[in-house]
Structure formats: structure tokens, C-alpha cells
Design a binder for this molecule. Structure first.
Ligand SMILES: Cc1cc2nc3c(=O)[nH]c(=O)nc-3n(C[C@H](O)[C@H](O)[C@H](O)COP(=O)(O)OP(=O)(O)OC[C@H]3O[C@@H](n4cnc5c(N)ncnc54)[C@H](O)[C@@H]3O)c2cc1C
Length: 414
């Protein structure tokens, strides 16, 4: 007779690792499967390699999805303080930066993966890496999972397969088909936290420039275009050779489509009237000053040149002449539009918007369709803002499922 595990977990990312660790701590017989030949491949590169695992400002307001009440309930139980305790118990030390983003003090994302690696190596959990799960079914209360190397049986099944963002790190969207084979609905999928491609002329001369600003999506609508609801965001914009990136852009990226424009306010802390008065005073004081120098000390010099180009003001034009065009200049400084031609797609996105419809899951993330089946992490239709919210969700949801499974298996709580 084949071994029947207590739980098979498909996916050794943040969600699957947390779930496996919590269940193994309770002595459950866990099988952790991943197609990658090592655990936490994505986790190890997060946050530019520094691992932004959570945020001090945690609430459902930072998430999108079909069942934010469930997200809220999970975060209530397994939120940021809980996660910090859990990771500290595993031997990690974490601290928040000035913006509330929480990182390991090592500033190495791979060290977060190591915490789980060490814990699992010293536990009863079995890992089978380098095995891709091809299908799964439930047969008389036993889940049978078929991989490219074998078949495994378990009393419960956790799908922690991630979404389809950055597939080179393992999650290629196959989790949706696995969930679908149990009758689950998948909401529309789109790449999120992704760079936007732009018209080359709009970003000419700006490659490598980063600025703190506000950005908003503008959708063509008649002559003027209209601001796309709820997309106003503040943060960094980084200009690249082919578009725009940075956390402000990431936040609006899931809503952007070709034909939209991003409107950037380079001076979000100064009103238009104050900027105009400052530029007028400077032009009066130095009437011979080159237009390019008028903007020095106000915006990055490359931004200054791009703004002047937009206003058809020659860089060497003297301030006395440019003065009539200052209202236009101020308008462009505060509403610099960059036409979007598309996104960098799933291949380069950090997360997937959409996923397994969470209205089909209980508050414990168990399927309402198949008892004993759990769906966690990015595979669910939950996506968070940039800033640690996606890893927090992955860890919280993995722990939540582990608790429910543990209670069922052992009849006790940890
Ligand atoms: C470059 C980058 C940087 C990021 N930075 C941050 C950050 O700083 N902070 C933050 O909060 N979020 C960040 N994110 C997002 C965050 O990493 C993810 O949302 C989170 O890791 C999702 O965890 P998960 O466990 O649900 O899925 P994943 O981490 O994607 O893990 C899923 C696992 O399942 C395995 N798998 C999938 N299908 C199968 C199958 N059929 N058979 C076997 N194995 C399978 C995959 O190989 C993978 O290892 C970043 C993402 C990227 C790409």
C-alpha cells in the first residue's frame, strides 16, 4: 500500500514553505513538492534581493481581490506582528525602514529562505524538488497528485503554486489548471507590479533618472483625457530606456493599457502658483539666464531639459524671452504625460492580479467545493501593493491553511 501523507503541498514558495513549516512543527506528515531544484527560488530574489517581507502599515486597504473580508480575517490572525514573532522564532532579525517596509537585518532575501530551509531540514517534512505536478484528483477522500516522476497520496492538499508572474522563477500558471480541475473558477489574470512601456520620444534623455513624484493614469476620453479612477499614487518613478518603472508606476501598472498615459507631477509638494512665482522671480533677477538654468535646483537637470523640449523652449533661450511661456512650463512640470504602449508582461511582472476566486474558499482558505483542498498565496485572486504586502499575504495564507489542517489532523491548536 502506498504512503498516505497527512498533507501534500504543491509549491515551495513563501506560502508553501510557511505551510509546511507550521504543519511539520505539529508533527504532521508533510510532502512538499516543487518543480524547482531548490526551495524559495522567488522568495530569495524579492525586494531587489533584500526581501521586503511585510509592512508596518498592514490592512486590507493595500490589497485587491474578490474577497477582501477573507483577506482581512486572515491578516487579523496572521498579520505583521504574528509574522515577526514567527520569523524571530526561526532565528531571524527584522527591522522596518523609514517607509515602514520590513526587511531582514541581513538585507538578504535568501536569508529568509534559509530560515525555512533550516527548519524543514530538521523536521519530519519530506521534500521532493525538481518534480513538476501534472495533475491532481480526489478519490474517496484521498488526494492523488501525479508528477513527472511519480504519484503521491495525501489526506489533504494545499495548492501553493503561485501565479504566473516571472515564470523563470517557477510559478508558470499551472496552479490555475490544478485548481480548475477541482471545479474552481479563475478570475481574469493580468500582470501587476510591472514596468510600463512607453513611447520612446516621451522618455528621451531620461534613462536612469529617478524622482519622487505623484503619478496618475490618464485614459483617452475625448480631447483632454480623464484621470483613471483611484490610480493617483505617490512614490518613485524611474525612467528606463523603453518606459517607466519604480514603485509609483508599479502601483498603477495593473490598470494600465496601451493608449493610456501616465501623468507625472514632478513637484508634488509645491502648488502651481508657488512654482510659477519662484520661476518668475528667478527670470526677473537673471534676465540673461539660459532657460535650462532656470530649472536648475528645481528638478533634475535631465527632467528640466525634457520639460523644456515639451514646451518648445530652446535650452539656450534667455529667461526674459521664456517668461511668457512659464505658465505652460509649470503645467508640464506638474502634468508631464508619458504615453503607454503596453506593459512588460507576465515575464517581468512581480505579481499576478486575479486568480482562484476567493469567494469559493472559506475563511480558512479551504475549498467550498472539495473538502480537504486548500488554496494559498498568490494563486488566490489577491494582490497587494508594492511594499511587502504580497509576501505577507503568502506567509499569512500559508499559516492559516496549516492551522486549519493541523486542527483537523491533530484535533488541537498550536
Ligand atoms: C522579482 C520579484 C520581486 C518581488 N519582491 C517582493 C517584495 O520585496 N515584497 C513582496 O511582498 N513581494 C514581492 N514579490 C512578490 C512575491 O514574491 C510573491 O507574491 C510571493 O513570493 C508569492 O508566493 P507564493 O508562495 O504564493 O508563490 P511562489 O513564490 O511563486 O511559489 C510557488 C512555487 O510553486 C512551484 N510550482 C508552481 N507550479 C508547480 C507545479 N505544477 N509543480 C511543482 N511546483 C510548482 C513554483 O516552482 C514555485 O516555487 C516579488 C516578486 C518578484 C518576481
Amino acid at each position: 500500500m502506498d504512503t498516505v501523507y497527512d498533507t501534500t503541498i504543491v509549491g515551495a514558495g513563501a506560502a508553501g514553505l510557511m505551510c509546511a513549516h507550521r504543519l511539520a512543527e505539529r508533527g504532521a506528515r508533510v510532502l512538499l513538492l516543487d518543480r524547482n531544484d531548490r526551495v524559495g527560488k522567488k522568495l530569495s530574489v524579492t525586494g531587489n534581493g533584500q526581501g521586503n517581507v511585510s509592512n508596518t502599515d498592514l490592512s486590507k486597504e493595500h490589497y485587491f481581490g474578490s474577497a477582501l473580508e477573507t483577506v482581512s480575517a486572515v491578516l487579523e490572525r496572521y498579520g505583521q506582528p504574528w509574522l515577526m514573532n514567527e520569523l524571530a522564532a526561526l532565528g531571524g532579525l527584522f527591522a522596518a525602514d523609514g517607509a515602514g517596509r520590513i526587511y531582514p537585518t541581513s538585507r538578504q532575501a535568501s536569508s529568509v529562505t534559509d530560515l525555512f530551509r533550516f527548519s524543514l531540514q530538521n523536521s519530519t517534512a519530506e521534500q521532493r524538488l525538481g518534480e513538476a505536478v501534472l495533475s491532481a484528483r480526489c478519490d474517496r477522500n484521498v488526494f492523488r497528485v501525479r508528477t513527472d516522476k511519480g504519484e503521491y497520496a495525501a489526506r489533504t492538499l494545499v495548492l501553493a503554486c503561485g501565479g504566473k508572474a516571472s515564470p523563470h522563477l517557477g510559478a508558470d500558471g499551472s496552479g490555475y489548471a490544478l485548481a480548475g480541475s477541482f471545479g474552481h473558477t479563475v478570475t481574469p489574470l493580468s500582470p501587476s507590479l510591472v514596468r510600463l512601456r512607453a513611447d520612446a520620444a516621451a522618455v528621451r534623455g531620461l534613462k536612469g533618472v529617478r524622482c519622487g513624484c505623484t503619478a496618475v493614469l490618464v485614459r483617452p476620453n475625448g480631447k483632454e483625457g480623464s484621470v483613471f479612477a483611484n490610480t493617483m499614487t505617490r512614490g518613485d518613478v524611474l525612467f528606463t530606456e523603453s518606459g517607466v518603472s519604480g514603485d509609483a508606476i508599479f502601483r498603477i501598472s495593473a490598470f494600465a493599457r496601451a493608449g493610456d498615459a501616465v501623468a507625472i507631477d514632478f513637484l508634488p509638494d509645491s502648488g502651481a502658483a508657488d512654482v510659477l512665482a519662484a520661476l518668475r522671480a528667478k527670470a526677473e533677477r537673471y534676465p540673461q539666464m539660459r532657460a535650462e538654468d532656470l530649472l536648475r535646483g528645481i528638478v533634475h537637470s535631465a527632467i528640466g531639459r525634457a520639460v523644456l523640449r515639451r514646451c518648445n523652449i530652446a535650452l539656450e533661450e534667455d529667461a526674459a524671452r521664456a517668461v511668457q511661456k512659464l505658465p505652460l512650463l509649470v503645467h508640464v512640470l506638474k502634468f508631464f504625460t508619458v504615453e503607454i504602449t503596453g506593459t512588460d508582461g507576465f515575464a517581468n511582472a512581480q505579481v499576478t492580479k486575479g486568480g482562484v476566486d476567493m469567494r469559493e474558499l472559506t475563511e480558512n482558505l479551504e475549498s467550498k467545493k472539495v473538502r480537504g483542498l486548500f488554496v494559498v498565496g498568490e494563486l488566490c485572486d489577491v494582490d497587494g501593493e508594492c511594499g511587502g504586502y504580497n509576501l505577507q499575504w503568502a506567509f499569512s495564507s500559508g499559516a492559516c491553511a496549516a492551522e486549519a489542517i493541523g486542527e483537523r489532523l491533530c484535533g488541537s491548536t498550536t
